[in-house]
Design a protein around this ligand. Structure first.
Ligand SMILES: CC(C)(COP(=O)(O)OP(=O)(O)OC[C@H]1O[C@@H](n2cnc3c(N)ncnc32)[C@H](O)[C@@H]1OP(=O)(O)O)[C@@H](O)C(=O)NCCC(=O)NCCS
Length: 159
């Protein structure tokens, strides 16, 4: 897709990225999860301190089409890939691939040797396509609702 810019997110993006998170879960992940799981997961958009932490302590990037944010992703200095969400109307256009490239570039700058991510059922094919492999499965309980996640990892070359 033409005219996409990848930019580092700032606190000014707080409300737009929270909205993108909520909309993507309720419109895209909804096909792979129960209504209870979707309700609990999407409610994470109200946790403002956690969003402020992501925007200030993680390397958080947005994909913009004009002025509109249509994707976002973040990486913690530990190598933990926290966010990867693409707008429901822009799925399958290579947006997540651009975001992942930006995170992997930052990982190289931080001299991180491995990226790991707690992957949703929905995102597994995407990370498999990008050479991430499943290292373990885990069960997470959030607000009394259970989620089956897979931890996926990719070793990065040392420069
Ligand atoms: C997973 C997600 C981020 C992928 O975003 P995207 O912009 O559609 O991905 P891309 O267009 O860059 O896809 C890159 C490759 O992965 C493949 N891929 C992505 N999603 C896929 C799917 N559901 N099934 C099969 N292949 C898929 C694409 O076919 C593409 O392969 P190609 O290069 O051979 O054509 C997006 O579907 C999303 O926002 N999901 C909901 C939120 C979510 O679950 N986030 C992850 C939390 S860990």
């Amino acid at each position: 897709m033409a005219n996409i810019t990848i930019q580092q997110a700032t606190l000014a993006d707080l409300d737009e990225v929270r909205q993108l998170f909520y909309d993507t879960i309720t419109k895209v992940n909804v096909r792979d999860y129960t209504p209870e799981q979707i309700a609990v997961w999407s409610s994470g958009h109200t946790n403002i301190p956690k969003w402020e932490m992501r925007l200030t302590e993680q390397y958080c990037v947005t994909a913009k089409h004009g002025e509109k944010i249509i994707g976002m992703a973040s990486l913690a200095p530990s190598g933990y890939l926290d966010l990867m969400y693409v707008h429901h109307a822009h799925q399958g256009q290579g947006i997540a691939t651009l975001l992942l490239q930006a995170l992997e570039l930052q990982a190289a700058k931080w001299a991180i040797t491995e990226i790991y991510v707690d992957v949703s059922v929905t995102a597994r094919p995407f990370f498999l396509r990008h050479s991430y492999t499943i290292s373990e499965y885990n069960e997470k309980e959030i607000k009394g609702v259970t989620f089956q996640n897979a931890v996926m990892r990719r070793a990065l070359p040392l420069f």
